[in-house]
Design a binder for this molecule. Structure first.
Ligand code: NAP
Length: 431
């Protein structure tokens, strides 16, 4: 008879309780997998799930010679990283959903797992229920030239609601009420969660270490309904197709240089990613042989994440019985990363302009000074407002492709102008 594989679970929150309930329903039985011990921070806490033996002592899992797989679902960096390391040092296989730890410490953790000849599986760290980690592992022989992902469900939900007419604040409130957004939402809305996930995908695809801090990262907190409305009506202005705004995580190889970035972007409504709405995630990529593919599904939540964690448990249990852990990349390939300032993209600049003669001329003067070629400029009087008895009107100016450096310099000058209120916002087109 095949060896019974025993599992220890660290964490019984959103995902941990999903995994626990799945075991409780007997999901491990057909595969000879048993959940032995569950550890939490506070065993006395009131919970929806009833666990017979709940411990606070994680060492009852990490040091238990009977436990083969440690499932880390605590989240955050400390002490999660320490527990993962201890489990690996004790020659236990680890399944984790922890993107924060992986994005920062993958290289050392992968090396430790390889040295100890055990598995480190992390399907749930990116894309929730979409088996994207497994997919990219199997496509190692493929040259992937472009990846564009909607990797954060919270921001996608907020942008969808803003497209329906809600302000950022109201859409965020709605997301919080539905449990999609945390009270402290900046990890999501600031783009940092998507940045960590992009780092993990890039490491897998290009077998190189990526420091998430080096990825250009802009969130959606400055996006307004003016942007969504303008994107939607862009076809009317330009006689073409309408656009929408999505928070995209992009890895793109151009002339041997890899550019990584996370930012809100305008995409045509006909683009496959434009139809990915609400809390859904999607990963679009272009492979030299495979061509373009889109994978979409629920990117977070109890059930979708439990599905990903359980698929890892099954794979790892299988590897334990075969006596061979799964492949982990060495992350030592030499890759040339592009400097964010050299990135050249078309986009628009939105700024609140004083509604008085001469404001447009001053704005165009600044564009000319920085050699920015203007395609068109539209004042959205529908959104004009009073500030200190002066009227301001949001103006959207489409700019031909320019480098980030030049755009930054132009924004610096525009911000200094007394005719511009606040900091102008640059939104790039991604087709
Ligand atoms: N939520 C999602 O939809 C989702 C999706 C994809 C990936 N993830 C990832 O999955 C992981 C878990 O997320 P979650 O949303 O389930 O977190 P969560 O709801 O905050 O739950 C965290 C759990 O960890 C326990 N815990 C905290 N510190 C501990 C410690 N020092 N020792 C033992 N247990 C400890 C907590 O115990 P108490 O219950 O006693 O407080 C709680 O049960 C994170 O890495 C997250 O990024 C989550």
């Amino acid at each position: 008879m095949a060896k019974i594989v025993r599992v220890g679970l660290l964490g019984l929150g959103t995902v941990g309780s999903g995994v626990f309930e799945h075991f409780q329903k007997g999901a491990g039985r057909p595969f000879g997998i048993e959940l032995k011990t569950v550890a939490v921070a506070n065993p006395k806490k009131e919970r929806d799930v009833k666990v017979p033996k709940l411990t606070k002592d994680v060492n009852k899992i990490l040091d238990d010679p009977e436990i083969d797989i440690v499932i880390e679902l605590i989240g955050g960096i400390d002490p999660a990283k320490e527990y993962i390391e201890k489990a690996l040092r004790n020659r236990k296989n680890v399944v984790t959903a922890n993107k924060a730890v992986l994005a920062r410490y993958a290289k050392g953790l992968f090396a430790l797992a390889r040295k100890q000849n055990v598995d480190l599986a992390f399907e749930a760290s990116v894309g929730g229920g979409i088996p994207i980690i497994q997919l990219f592992r199997t496509l190692r022989g493929e040259k992937i030239t472009k990846v564009m992902g909607i990797l954060n469900g919270t921001t996608n939900y907020i942008l969808t609601k803003m497209e329906e007419g809600l302000t950022f604040g109201k859409a965020l409130n709605d997301a919080q009420k539905r449990g999609f957004a945390e009270k402290n939402h900046i990890l999501d809305t600031g783009g940092f969660d998507a940045r960590d996930k992009l780092a993990i995908l890039t490491m897998l695809i290009y077998n190189t270490y990526v420091d998430p801090q080096n990825i250009l990262c802009e969130g959606i907190t400055k996006i307004t309904t003016v942007d969504l409305d303008f994107a939607n009506r862009y076809g009317e202005f330009e006689g073409g197709i309408s656009y929408t705004v999505k928070l995209l995580a992009i890895a793109q190889k151009e002339n041997g240089i890899l550019h990584l970035r996370v930012h809100p972007a305008l995409i045509r409504k006909t683009h496959p990613l434009a139809n990915v709405t609400d809390e859904f995630n999607a990963i679009y990529f272009e492979g030299e042989l495979a061509g373009a593919q889109l994978h979409t599904g629920r990117g977070a939540g109890k059930n979708a994440t439990t599905s990903a964690v359980f698929s890892d448990i099954l794979r790892v249990a299988n590897n334990i019985r075969r006596g061979t852990p799964g492949f982990l990349p060495t992350l030592d390939a030499k890759v040339s990363f592009g400097n964010a300032d050299t990135l050249i993209r078309p986009g628009y600049l939105r700024m609140d302009l004083l509604n008085e003669p001469g404001s447009g001329a001053e704005m165009f003067g600044i564009f000319a000074k920085h050699k920015l070629n203007v395609r068109n400029s539209i004042e959205r009087h529908k959104y004009s407002y009073q500030y200190r008895r002066k009227e301001f009107v949001p103006d959207i100016t489409n700019i031909d492709a320019a480098s980030e450096k030049v755009i930054k310099e132009a924004i610096f000058d525009l911000k200094k102008s007394k005719r511009v209120r606040g900091k102008p916002m640059f939104i790039r087109f991604e087709d």
